[in-house]
Write a protein that binds this ligand. Structure first.
Ligand SMILES: Nc1ncnc2c1ncn2[C@@H]1O[C@H](COP(=O)(O)OP(=O)(O)OP(=O)(O)O)[C@@H](O)[C@H]1O
Ligand SMILES: [Mg+2]
Length: 373
C-alpha cells in the first residue's frame, strides 16, 4: 500500500555552520500493507515527523521513492514530485489546524461537501458519516459549538474527525493524541484503532510513546537518528529486541554481558557470563565465542525464596536489595555478585530485603543482542 525506498532528507545546519547539514532521514525504506496501522516510534528528533511530511508532500526529500497503492508520489530518479493536494492523503499533525469560523459539525462535513459532485456523498450519507466520526472522537454533544471555543484536546479530536470522515486510502497521524489527558488518550487509542480496523484504513502513526505504539500497532518501526533500527510486530519488538537501544527504549530490561559458549539446537544458545551460565533464544545466528548481551524483561525473571545449592544454566542465587510496591506488581532489585537485576512479580510474591533468593531465567524469554566488541 505504502512503499518507501531509500528516502533521504537533510536540513541546513545551524546559522553558524550552514555547510554541516542535519540528516533528518537517512536511507529509510519501509512497506506498509493495506489495512495496517504502522507506527514510527522513536525518541525526539529521530526523524519521525520528517518521514511523514515527506510522504504527505510537505518536505522535498533529496533522494528516494514514495508510492501509495502503486502510484508514485515521489521519485528522485524519475523526477516525479506530486504536490500535497494531488496525493489524496489524510493527515493529522502535531500542530493541528481547524477552521475557526465554522462550528464542529461543519468543520467535519465541509471536506465532504466540497468534493466534486461525482464523488460527493448524498446529504444523508454525509450526515451519517459526520455523526459517526463525531461520536467516535466523543464530540457529538458539541456539534453546534464554534470550533474556536473548544479546548486543545477537543480541537485535536476535531482535527482527527475531519481526516477520518474522508476515509482516505492512507492516513498520516503525527502524535494525534498528544494533547489529551491520560484517561482520554487511552480511550481514544482503542476507538481510533477500532475505527481504523472497521474502515480498513491504512495508517502511518507517529509517536514517541512506547505503550501507545504497543497497544495500537500492527507493525512498529523503531527509529533512531534518521534510521530504522528494527521493524516487527509489537510482541516481536518487545520480546525480541534486536539491539540494546530498542530494548531500552521499549520498556525496561535487564542486560547481562556474555559470550556464546555453543548453539544448542534451533535458535537456542548457551551463554557464559561472569555470574553463571544461561540459555537464550535468537533467530539470528551467533558463532561460538561471539560477544553478546542477554536481554530479559523484569516481569520474566522468576524469583523464589532460598538460594540454589549450585548455580546451573538459567538458575542463579542472589540477594534481594530493595523492593517497591507498585500496586499491580512488586519490583525487586536483586544482586548477583556485582550485578543488579530487576524482577517484577505478582504482589503475592513480595520478598523482603536481605533475603537469599533463586532467580530463574526462562530461555524463551531471554533474547540475544550482539555485544559491542
Ligand atoms: N525545518 C527544519 N530545519 C532544520 N532542521 C530540522 C527541520 N525539521 C526537522 N529538523 C531536524 O531534523 C531532525 C528530525 O526532526 P523530526 O521533526 O523529524 O523529529 P521527530 O522524530 O518528529 O521528533 P519529535 O518526537 O520531537 O517530534 C531533528 O534533528 C530536527 O532538529
Ligand atoms: Mg515529530
Amino acid at each position: 500500500m505504502l512503499e518507501i525506498t531509500n528516502l533521504r532528507k537533510t536540513f541546513p545546519g545551524s546559522k553558524r555552520n550552514r555547510s554541516q547539514r542535519v540528516v533528518a532521514v537517512d536511507e529509510v525504506s519501509l512497506t506498509v500493507e493495506q489495512g495496517e496501522l504502522f507506527t514510527l516510534l522513536g525518541p525526539s528528533g529521530c526523524g519521525k515527523t520528517t518521514t511523514l511530511r515527506c510522504v504527505a508532500g510537505l518536505e522535498h526529500p533529496e533522494a528516494g521513492e514514495i508510492a501509495v497503492g502503486g502510484r508514485t508520489l515521489f521519485s528522485s530518479t524519475d523526477g516525479i514530485r506530486l504536490r500535497a493536494n494531488e496525493r489524496g492523503l489524510g493527515m493529522v499533525f502535531q500542530s493541528y489546524a481547524i477552521w475557526p469560523h465554522m462550528n464542529v459539525l461543519k468543520n467535519v462535513a465541509f471536506p465532504l461537501e466540497v468534493l466534486p459532485r461525482s464523488r460527493r456523498p448524498s446529504r444523508k450519507d454525509i450526515r451519517e458519516r459526520v455523526e459517526r466520526v463525531l461520536s467516535v472522537v466523543q464530540l457529538g454533544h458539541l456539534a453546534d459549538r464554534q470550533a474556536t471555543d473548544l479546548s486543545g484536546g477537543q480541537q485535536q479530536r476535531l482535527a482527527l474527525a475531519r481526516a477520518l470522515v474522508m476515509e482516505p486510502p492512507l492516513l498520516l497521524l503525527d502524535e494525534p493524541l498528544s494533547n489529551l489527558d491520560a484517561k482520554l488518550r487511552e480511550e481514544m487509542r482503542y476507538e481510533l484503532k477500532r475505527l481504523q480496523r472497521d474502515l480498513h484504513i491504512t495508517a502511518v502513526y507517529v509517536t514517541h510513546d512506547q505503550v501507545e505504539a504497543l497497544a495500537m500497532s500492527n507493525i512498529i518501526a523503531v527509529m533512531r537518528a534518521g534510521n530504522i533500527e528494527q521493524v516487527g510486530r509489537p510482541r516481536e519488538i518487545y520480546d525480541r529486541p534486536s539491539s540494546r537501544f530498542v530494548a531500552d527504549f521499549i520498556g525496561t530490561s535487564n542486560f547481562i554481558n556474555g559470550t556464546i559458549k555453543r548453539g544448542e539446537g534451533e535458535d537456542v544458545y548457551l551463554v557464559t557470563t561472569d555470574h553463571g551460565e544461561m540459555r537464550a533464544t535468537s533467530s539470528v545466528d551467533f558463532p561460538a565465542n561471539a560477544k553478546v548481551v542477554v536481554s530479559i524483561r523484569p516481569e520474566h525473571v522468576e524469583l523464589d525464596k532460598g538460594a540454589t545449592a549450585v548455580n546451573s544454566a538459567g538458575k542463579w542465587s542472589g540477594t534481594v536489595q530493595t523492593r517497591a510496591f507498585l500496586g499491580e506488581s512488586v519490583d525487586h532489585v536483586v544482586s548477583v555478585g556485582d550485578l543488579e537485576l530487576r524482577a517484577r512479580s505478582n504482589p503475592s510474591v513480595s520478598i523482603p530485603p536481605d533475603t537469599d533468593v533463586t532467580l530463574t531465567f526462562p530461555e524463551t524469554m531471554c533474547s540475544l543482542i550482539p555485544g559491542d566488541d
